[in-house]
Design a protein around this ligand. Structure first.
Ligand SMILES: O=c1ccn([C@@H]2O[C@H](COP(=O)(O)OP(=O)(O)O[C@H]3O[C@@H](CO)[C@H](O)[C@H]3O)[C@@H](O)[C@H]2O)c(=O)[nH]1
Ligand SMILES: [Mn+2]
Length: 366
């Protein structure tokens, strides 16, 4: 099968866009957003939140017909004041500012070098629609269903699956995958520069409770009301000793909290077509501390436990920040800074999203 993105020129606009007024699409960018042309049939009905990274004086061109709000670094500083210090600069981690200013129940975030994939039949994959299906159907973290997603058309729970567990739990996160350029770390990219992912696996899995996973931010959707306050992408990029661990850090935090709160995380469909391999040498420089730090970070998250009185995402996250400071601060002073930034993030989140504010459907600059 020739590996190429789908041609969506003839694809009709989505007639009934699911969750049209309850979902924002968040895009971190340093370039013009021509990639949206390919996504137009699927994205046009939705509101976009564009987080412009890098030089705020640069103009980002957005194709006609899209409804969006755009925030650059000046906007972030104006809106958050000193708390803007928790939002990364010159790293895709800045995208989490879009999660914070959104007023919608759901978020889908996508990188600007991700295009519409083709399924094995050659049909264009509406990744947004699949993420919404994933989020609106329950997860099964407590007992593994060997026939994959039991709530999918044509599947079910298999024999031996406890009936007491078949209701499942609310799904907080839907983690999509990528054809063509896989999300490999720099060492793997260097060893396998020509490797392309051509395998389209037609499955959605719930990640079992107690299991961590490497969350990639390039094709990701989540229920902002269930887990948004923990979707902080950390301190990365300019002035920081590490990069390209933004989504990983968020993924480890949200999985511990989802496990604690009884929420589900799914991975698998939908696929996007990832078109651009970033420079492995630049990536190695950004990642290298993370590659050895993570040998201490992962055991930390694997053994992290949250007290029963942590009944909200914010309480869980603040408790986690205390444990980061106590247990990872000895690995490197960076984690002290990160723990403080986690608290600042929650303060900023709660300032922009006062409790009980509910999901208002008006769009527009904060
Ligand atoms: O300084 C920057 C660099 C990039 N961006 C925007 O972020 C995304 C991802 O950028 P890119 O596709 O160039 O990088 P990848 O290596 O493929 O990204 C992977 O690393 C992950 C974590 O950083 C990321 O989610 C993965 O896809 C694009 O939209 C750039 O425009 C930025 O905002 N600031
Ligand atoms: Mn990319």
């Amino acid at each position: 099968m020739a590996l190429e993105p789908a041609n969506t020129a003839g694809v009709p606009r989505t007639a009934t866009p699911l969750l049209k007024d309850e979902l924002d699409i968040v895009i971190p960018t340093i370039r013009n957003l021509d990639f949206l042309e390919m996504w137009r049939p699927f994205f046009e009905p939705y509101h976009l939140i564009i987080v412009q990274d890098g030089d705020p004086s640069k103009t980002i061109k957005v194709p006609e017909g899209f409804d969006y709000e755009l925030y650059n670094r000046n906007d972030i500083n104006r809106i958050l004041g000193p708390k803007a210090s928790c939002i990364s600069f010159k790293d895709s981690a800045c995208r989490c500012f879009g999660y914070m200013v959104s007023k919608k129940k759901y978020i889908f975030t996508i990188d600007d070098d991700c295009f519409v994939a083709k399924d094995p039949s050659g049909k264009a994959v509406n990744a947004l629609e699949q993420h919404i299906k994933n989020l609106l159907s329950p997860s099964t973290p407590f007992f593994f269903n060997t026939l994959y997603d039991p709530f999918r058309e044509g599947a079910d729970f298999v024999r031996g699956y406890p009936f007491s567990l078949r209701e499942g739990v609310p799904t907080a996160v839907s983690h999509g995958l990528w054809l063509n350029i896989p999300d490999y770390d720099a060492p793997t990219q260097l060893v396998k520069p020509m490797e392309r992912n051509t395998r389209f696996v037609d499955a959605v899995l719930t990640i079992p409770k107690g299991t961590l996973f490497p969350m990639c931010g390039m094709n990701l959707a989540f229920d902002r009301e269930l887990i948004g306050a923990a979707m902080y992408f950390g301190l990365m990029g300019d002035g920081q000793p590490i990069g390209r661990y933004d989504d990983m850090w968020a993924g480890w935090c949200i999985k511990v909290i989802c496990d604690h709160l009884g929420l589900g995380v799914k991975t698998g469909l939908p696929y996007i077509f990832h078109s651009k391999a970033s420079n492995p040498f630049v990536n190695l420089r950004k990642e290298y501390k993370g590659i050895f730090w993570q040998e201490e970070i992962i055991p930390f998250f694997q053994s992290a436990s949250l007290p029963k009185d942590c009944t909200s995402v914010q309480k869980c996250y603040i408790e986690l920040s205390k444990q980061v400071k106590e247990k990872l601060g000895k690995v490197d002073p960076y984690f002290d800074k990160l723990a403080d930034a986690m608290v600042t993030w929650i303060e900023a989140w709660d300032e922009l999203n006062p409790a009980g504010a509910g999901a208002t459907v008006t769009n527009g600059k904060a």
